[in-house]
Design a binder for this molecule. Sequence first.
Ligand code: SF4
Ligand code: SF4
Length: 217
Amino acid sequence: MKRNVTFEEISDNKKYTHDDLAKISCNGCLNCHECCDFTDDTIHLNPYDIFLLSKNLNLSFEEMLGKYIDLTVIDYVVTPYLKKDESSKACVFLNSEGRCNIHTFRPGFCRMFPLGRIYEDDGDSFKYFIQVHECPYPNKSKVKIKQWLGIENISKYEEYVLSWHNILKNITECANDNPDLLNAVNTKLLSLFFVMPYSYEEDFYDQFKERLNTWSK
Ligand code: SF4
Ligand code: SF4
């Protein structure tokens, strides 16, 4: 998603790889849960997030829809997001002790915070950056980014993130030229990458690649 701010305004003006140390660690967050409060529709979900949620909650995409997730449109692209609790207004997975009920399989968006990603224009790579105004914890310490993310097989994950980003970018770029096709494209995207169940026994990335081939045809 493109933001109307400059890189310098929101970052320390540095770009990081997963092997770099970044000053983002906030001591287990202690009693803070600020980034899980008032999430509205900001915790966007990609197919890997849905795969993990579905596998660990043992619910299909359709069973989660309306209960834990909902759909919005970002840059012309249909996008699932984590719902908020209607009374507390916090994320549906924030429990009464102020902790995350799905910590071990939380979405990529939550794993990254307060990091963001910045993509190169050629679509071939991306870097991480620190969103310096997002987390109020005062005395952060340094941590290696791949350790912060806690994602197995980080290189495969990043390759997948890049592919997914490029699919969404292409849809956005073509939306103005082909507005009549947009509904059909979004329907196919939703059905192919989110609604159609993934096998929990097989590697997610292999399944994603197969769907990518179908998508490109
Ligand atoms: S705002 Fe910072 S300290 Fe608070 S819960 Fe989020 S990451 Fe942790
Ligand atoms: S999934 Fe967990 S970490 Fe993410 S916003 Fe919800 S409660 Fe917070």
